[in-house]
Design a protein around this ligand. Structure first.
Ligand code: AHR
Length: 488
């Protein structure tokens, strides 16, 4: 046990923490959409218009701000007209994730309705790789035009009178890879052409997101900032996955890992700090006003698929290790909220580091879900100065991670994680005044997880916050994530 000091300065206000940092991603991949989100109105699974009622409620509870769809790699092979109109007439196509049949029963209307039910904003990823400018232009017209046009009339014929609002629009996904294997120069020309035809109809304002780099491809960022220019885009995406072994052929198991592999997972995830800093530094040179947001629209742990599941479905389990990984990344995004505008964990349900897992009519909230729950009070707050006296839990892995923000009432929100597997910490919080304090904590042995038979093995519990003269204290046990609120 050690005692460490966490110093706050609520007067040192930094950037706004956009709620969008707490967003999710959903793709037509494995059991994310079908089973995970959409089961159809005739299903025995309790549903609202075909959407799983438990999933809607769980995502509402963490105040999900934005959901990205339909991919991922799937987006660059998706033709939106396949997914509108009478379901019995929708074309069946092959989905490259596992070469299974995609019946298109979940399309634009279903996605927009799901977002309405959850209370989140839609983020649509447009097809640049195998689509056309006309196709994307028509999709925006179909969704957002409130007057008469062939596309708006088609929308009405398909049952939706009023246009929707659509803010977030991605122009291509991983165009350097599955989205078309393009060079950055070629992509930038494509982007400019597509973006020129993404019209803003009926008062709808688009936030256009260019496909950004894969992890540390700094040249991609440089070329995009130079050739697209900040005046032609609102956001630039970046994808980075945490692979515990660093070897894509043998990534490691989601549940069976030793202490060395736990720390190598954290070391790998901590690289997010360097990636965000270095991409931001390049963006700063072209965009000192910070007009363009860095959009980390795919992040999270990517393990070997769960044994006996479809190898292309990317289904994996989720332990306390994932809760710690999520806390590390969310604290990094908060601290870089002057540039990181949005982040979307991959993915919402049943794929990669999912916040929810489903099996038949059962749904479990993963430890990652609970980390999102613990962090949700940061949304729309202002980041403030915080510094923690730290030790190393392992080589290159600091024991503690934290961020702090203040809301408009002056309440302070702190999120902290103890990444050590060996050591508990008493944290003394100084520099802030408050009338009352409260906290919540998620902790457990690092392999602990929620299962369909024991869905509440890992849950959030109250955390005692002791109040002394001019300071507050909490105990963070090894392997824990906490939220502390100091009320004005
Ligand atoms: O999230 C799974 C896949 O990872 C996405 O489809 C793709 O964009 C990325 O490579």
């Amino acid at each position: 046990m050690s005692t460490v000091r966490l110093t706050l300065n609520p007067l040192d206000k930094k950037s706004k923490i956009n709620k969008e940092i707490y967003s999710n991603f959903s793709e037509h991949l494995g059991r994310c959409i079908y089973d995970g989100i959409y089961v159809g109105e005739d299903s025995d699974i309790p549903n609202i218009e075909g959407f799983r009622a438990d999933v809607v409620e769980a995502l509402r509870d963490i105040k999900l701000p934005v959901l990205r769809w339909p991919g991922g790699c799937f987006a660059d092979e998706y033709h939106w007209k396949d997914g509108v109109g009478d379901k019995k007439d929708r074309v069946k196509v092959v989905n490259n994730w596992g070469h299974i049949v995609e019946d298109n029963s979940f399309g634009t209307h279903e996605f927009m309705r799901f977002c309405e039910l959850v209370g989140c904003q839609p983020y649509i990823s447009g097809n640049v790789g195998s689509g056309t400018v006309r196709e994307l232009m028509d999709w925006i017209d179909y969704i957002t035009f409130d007057d008469t046009s062939p596309m708006a009339d088609l929308r009405r014929k398909n049952g939706r009178e009023k246009a929707w609002k659509l803010k977030y629009l991605g122009i291509g996904n991983e165009s350097w890879g599955c989205g078309g294997s393009m060079s950055p120069e070629y992509y930038c020309d494509q982007y400019r052409k597509y973006a020129a035809f993404c019209r803003e109809f009926s008062g709808n304002k688009l936030y256009k997101i260019a496909c950004g780099p894969n992890a540390d491809d700094y040249n991609w960022t440089e070329v995009c900032m130079k050739k697209i220019t900040p005046w032609n885009m609102d956001g630039l995406s970046m994808h980075y996955y945490t692979v515990p072994t660093g070897n894509w052929d043998h990534k490691g198991s989601s549940t069976e890992f030793d202490t060395a592999e736990y720390y190598s997972t954290l070391k790998c995830t901590l690289r997010m700090e360097e990636l965000v800093s270095r991409h931001s530094a390049i963006m700063d040179r072209y965009d000192p006003q910070h007009k363009v947001g860095l959009i980390v629209d795919e992040w999270g742990c990517w393990y070997d698929v769960e044994p006996d599941t479809h190898p292309s479905f990317l289904y994996q389990l989720n332990t306390m290790r994932d809760a710690i990984v999520a806390a590390i990344n969310l604290n990094i995004f908060n601290k870089h909220s002057d540039r990181v505008y949005m982040a979307n964990i991959a993915q919402a349900v049943n794929v990669l580091q999912a916040v929810l897992l489903t099996e038949g009519e059962k749904t479990i909230k993963t430890p990652t879900y609970h980390t999102f729950d613990l962090f949700k009070e940061h949304m729309e707050n202002t980041l403030i100065y915080s510094h923690i006296e730290n030790e190393y839990a392992a080589e290159g892995v600091p024991a503690l991670t934290q961020s702090a923000s203040v809301n408009e009432n002056g309440d302070i929100v702190i999120t902290a994680a103890n990444c050590s597997l060996e050591k508990d910490y008493d944290v003394e919080i100084v520099g802030a005044e408050a009338s009352t304090a409260c906290g919540r904590i998620l902790t457990g042995e690092v392999h602990s997880l929620n299962t369909f038979d024991d869905p509440e093995a890992v849950v959030i519990k109250p955390l005692e916050v002791a109040q002394g003269s001019g300071k507050f204290s909490v105990r963070l046990p090894a392997c824990s994530v906490a939220e502390i609120i100091l009320k004005k």
